[in-house]
Design a protein around this ligand. Structure first.
Ligand code: ADP
Length: 415
């Protein structure tokens, strides 16, 4: 269960760290829980290079430092030293829990999990499914375990929320053994965001999530759409990898699968090169030829670039097609939610996605849309349309509280 509005004042406050480790970067937030107040956030970039950059922000203060950072262990050591030297924590004992974003939980993890030797071994085994992400997520977990050996940690999986999908939503029509032997199926990603945003929506509406049919559009550099019925993910656009579904910044999303063998044969591309083509050269960038960044493509379209205009239309059309199929699957729609950098900020994207849907009882109020109001549906519309900022770090910290600190919390309350 998601606790967005725990009563304040009864509980002791806990400093919880939320970590998102990438191959050459590490993003973090330190939160005061259960209130969810952000104490500081930061980013270490270019890990492994002589000019790595550390950025730390707390309230209205910001520190930046360029320094050689050899590896993730050194990055985390520097980060912890900075937290103490800038007075954000007085000692390492102040940190009571660490939550780690982990890309792939396969079919093993249906929820976040306390990090133990056993759960780590399973995450390692699943690296086969996410070779680019799980190993670096594991590295982050291990570095924190070494540097803060007494602090409990929790792994939060991008896939876990979608483990409620039923077979017709997750089986691909391939020979059965690809599922049975290799685990090739739809897993879905962005689960932490879809879960947080749908729970926040229900709270803002004052309606239990169990009574709602929601489509959540997480639109950022990576984009995915999720159908959430009664609080459970019942379908989602990303699949076996975060490459499928709608069109993204540099990813194609769904295409005719036979394009790949055709291109491989014609241009002699290796699997790695095909992957690069689909993941890094396609999407908004591939079609517009301008940029992967939605704002840049908007600007180019405004300046009259026809391929940029086409890229924006394609982007919206693929999302509309996905939303349409989810409305069919759920037998209706109560709310459509936008989140992620594009969903939260681009009135143009939201308007393009919602156009001509009066027949569904869905229409937006353009004035509210322009100012990114929380609810942007037109007055007489039946379907609510919401703009909700995602907060994966808060969700991670809540899971650390729920899973790792629940016992000590009970003790604190009853003592
Ligand atoms: P990520 O998936 O990397 O977390 P974000 O959620 O930050 O990405 O989203 C990045 C995208 O959001 C970029 O395409 C960017 O152009 C777009 N974006 C951010 N702000 C705006 C804005 N004001 N208007 C339109 N697009 C925006």
């Amino acid at each position: 269960t998601v606790c967005l509005s725990e009563p304040k004042g009864i509980f002791m406050s806990h400093k919880i760290m939320a970590i998102n480790a990438g191959s050459s970067s590490l993003k973090f937030q330190l939160l005061d829980m259960p209130q969810g107040d952000l104490l500081c956030q930061g980013l270490i970039e270019r890990i492994g290079l002589p000019d790595a950059r550390i950025t730390l922000k707390a309230q209205d203060q910001k520190w930046q430092q360029t320094t050689p950072v050899a590896d993730h262990r050194e990055a985390v050591t520097l980060l912890l030293e900075m937290l103490i030297s800038h007075g954000i924590i007085t000692s390492l004992q102040d940190i009571e829990g660490v939550g780690h974003r982990v890309a792939h939980g396969g079919e093993s993890f249906k929820d976040s999990v306390r990090v133990t030797d056993e759960s780590l071994a399973e995450i390692e085994r699943l690296a086969e499914l996410a070779p680019l992400h799980n190993p670096v997520n594991l590295l982050g977990i291990n570095v924190f375990r070494q540097l803060l050996p007494d602090v409990p940690s929790v792994a939060v999986f991008d896939t876990a929320f979608h483990q409620t999908l039923e077979e017709p939503a997750y089986i691909y029509p391939l020979p059965w053994r690809y599922y049975a032997e290799f685990g090739i199926r739809r897993y879905g990603f962005h689960g932490t965001s879809h879960k947080y945003v749908s729970a926040t929506l229900a709270e803002r509406l004052g309606v239990p999530l169990s009574a709602l049919r929601v489509v959540c559009c997480h639109l950022g550099n990576g984009s995915s759409i999720c159908a959430i019925k009664g609080g459970k993910s019942v379908n989602t656009s990303m699949g076996f990898t975060p490459q499928s579904g709608v069109m993204m910044g540099t990813r194609s999303g769904d295409i005719d699968p036979s394009i790949l063998p055709w291109v491989a044969q014609r241009e002699g591309k290796t699997p790695q090169q095909l992957n690069h083509l689909l993941n890094n050269e396609s999407g908004l960038l591939g079609v517009s030829g301008v940029s992967h960044d939605y704002r840049d493509v908007e600007q180019a379209a405004d300046a009259g670039n026809p391929r940029a205009t086409l890229a924006l239309s394609l982007f919206a059309e693929r999302i509309r097609a996905t939303i349409g199929s989810y409305i069919m699957q759920m037998g209706g729609l109560d709310a459509l939610v936008f989140t992620g950098g594009i969903g939260e900020n681009s009135a143009r994207a939201r308007a393009a996605i919602c156009q001509n849907l009066h027949f569904l009882g869905l229409a937006i109020d353009e004035e509210k849309n322009q100012r990114n109001a929380t609810f942007i549906q037109a007055e007489n519309a039946i379907v609510k349309v919401a703009v909700i900022n995602t907060n994966e770090e808060l969700m991670i910290a809540q899971d650390v509280m729920r899973i790792a600190l629940a016992e000590s919390e009970t003790f604190a309350v009853s003592a």
